[in-house]
Write a protein that binds this ligand. Structure first.
Ligand code: C2O
Ligand code: CU
Length: 549
């Protein structure tokens, strides 16, 4: 592969959206930030210059970084933040991914405006496993807050049971025609009639899974999370935070303008506090078309509604790997992990208050003072413990509306799970409905993609559900949805030594502690051993630690 060099300059810039102007931290003055274009097998050295006012790290979402967690990026997990005025060079190694991935800040809520797409073409001289598209387009979905993103994390930690709600969703930085003061700047994708485009979609929204459709146009999904899928035709997609999708679109209609529209999938009817505004971009024909309509047509018949669980399930059932896969079949580590919201009481200036956080197997993740990777590599004790539980502390009806009160308070800790090199792991995630808060959780693992062998509603049935697993062509993803009041089963082989973060990709739940860390030990050979750290890693000395209350 080739070696590329890229500079990322992080700096504040003013943006006007939704009738008001604010300053936001972005990379190279753009929102979304610059696209990295590589071929499979390439390496990119990205020198990140932090000219903003607070510490930042960058993560290469879905890039496995074999043996190289030093450049993975999550703050307090594999590094400490790059200080204002400082810089750090990431070595981003593309080993097996092909398709679309993305990069984003991985410190506080900075990723809201610090993110961009990664396009990974097949190896030099190789082609796509589908007919070559005539051209390509990238749509990055994001969220817009009219107030300061730096306040979001504090607010999220302070307010207890609601989250900071975005003021709009955006497509390539723009809220679109359905939002105030936005018509002039709606993102327009110019297309030629008769051509077929490869559309690369990134969901960089902070806290929402969305449906997306293009009026009157079919979508042929061919890839997801940097791996190919068996192509399937659909009139809408469902994409969770962190996920990426590759779609072929043939420009074969007769009018001039069509809306590309997305809206949140909540899986439930409530959630009035979430932003439900439709975000739109315009597909604009530049070729031959007859009499353009006064306004673009909206995908009103094909864009599912907020709570359409059937539409969600039927979309996900279409996801199959293009090639039969090497799914691990001799599982040596079984984990059953409950993802839950929790309540607790605490004393703040003498006042007893009830608030919430979130957990995995009843453990709420607490960031250490020195990143886990450094502590592990240098054998420094006292920064984490190796007792993340494989099973929930207590079994009950996880999807019931009312649950035992003693299940509601979580343990706080920096508890990691240690795996021997080469172990074959099955993790079944179970969504808990404690406080009636069950919702879809996009679970993301760093350093790996994993096979999604099963998913379903209700409590996981240890006898029956494994019989329904797809061990032939399950999708190979880095972020998979644990469905509302349901379960998700994934498998992977622990063949990438290092320290790897596992978390819900709803920023709100990450902040609240729905996280843990896997330490995968070295195998016996140089090729199965963690690389040495680069000569410089940002210091942890003056890192302010975010303490979950
Ligand atoms: Cu897309 Cu841990 O991140
Ligand atoms: Cu979640």
């Amino acid at each position: 592969g080739k070696v590329h060099y890229q500079d990322f300059v992080l700096k504040d810039k003013n943006f006007t959206r939704l009738c008001s102007t604010k300053s936001a931290l972005v990379v190279n003055e753009s929102l979304p930030g610059p696209v990295l274009y590589v071929n499979k097998g390439d390496t990119v050295f990205v020198n990140v210059h932090n000219q903003g006012g607070f510490k930042v790290t960058i993560h290469w979402h879905g890039v496995k970084q074999p043996r190289n967690p030093w450049s993975d990026g999550p703050e307090y997990i594999t590094q400490c933040g790059i200080p204002p005025g400082g810089n750090f060079t990431y070595e981003v190694i593309f080993s097996e991914e092909e398709g679309t991935l993305w990069w984003h800040a991985h410190s506080d809520w900075t990723r809201n405006t610090v993110h961009g797409a990664i396009v990974i073409y097949p190896e030099q001289g190789k082609s796509y496993p589908y007919p070559k598209p005539d051209a390509e387009e990238i749509l990055v979905l994001g969220s817009w807050y009219t107030y300061d993103v730096n306040l979001l994390v504090e607010q999220d930690l302070a307010i207890g049971d609601t989250l900071p709600v975005s003021d709009a969703y955006i497509i390539n930085g723009q809220p679109g025609d359905y939002c105030a003061c936005s018509n002039e700047s709606t993102y327009r994708w110019q297309v030629d009639s008769g051509k077929t485009y490869l559309l690369r979609i990134v969901n960089a929204i902070m806290n929402a899974e969305v449906f997306l459709a293009i009026a009157e146009h079919n979508l042929t999904v061919v890839g997801m999370d940097g791996a190919y899928l068996k192509p399937f035709v659909t009139s809408y997609i469902l994409i969770g935070p962190g996920q990426t999708m590759d779609i072929l679109v043939t420009i074969n209609q007769s009018l001039g303008q069509y809306y590309i529209a997305a809206r949140q999938y909540t899986g439930r009817v409530v959630y009035a506090t979430y932003d439900k505004t439709n975000v739109t971009a315009i597909l604009e024909y530049s070729g031959n078309y007859t009499s353009p309509p006064a306004s673009p047509s909206f995908p009103s018949t094909t864009l599912p509604s907020y709570a359409d669980m059937e539409a969600a399930i039927s979309f996900r059932n279409n996801l199959r790997s293009l090639h039969n896969q090497n799914v691990p079949k001799n599982i040596t580590t079984h984990m059953y992990i409950i993802a839950s919201m929790n309540s607790f009481s605490f004393n703040s200036s003498g006042n007893e208050t009830v608030s919430q956080d979130s957990s995995l197997n009843n453990v709420t993740w607490v960031n250490p003072k020195i990143d886990v990777l450094q502590a592990y590599y240098s054998n420094m004790s006292g920064f984490y413990t190796e007792d993340f539980p494989d099973m929930p502390p207590e079994f009950y009806d996880f999807v019931a509306g009312t649950l035992p009160a003693n299940a509601s308070e979580s343990l706080k800790g920096t508890k990691v799970k240690v795996l021997e090199y080469g172990e074959e792991v099955e993790m079944v995630f179970q969504s808990s409905n404690l406080f009636n808060t069950s919702e879809d959780h996009p679970m993301h693992l760093h350093g790996y993609s994993f096979y999604v062998v099963g998913a379903g509603g209700g409590n996981f049935d240890f006898e029956e559900d494994p019989k329904t697993y797809n061990l032939v062509d399950p999708p190979y993803l880095n972020t998979a949805t644990l469905p509302t009041k349901g379960w998700l089963a994934i498998r992977f082989k622990a063949n990438n030594p290092g320290v790897w973060f596992l978390h819900c990709h709803l920023e709100h739940h990450l902040t609240w502690g729905m996280n843990t860390v896997f330490i995968v030990k070295n195998g016996g050979t140089p090729q199965t051993t963690l690389r040495e750290p680069p000569s410089y890693m940002p210091s942890c000395d003056d890192s302010p630690v975010i303490v979950l209350r």
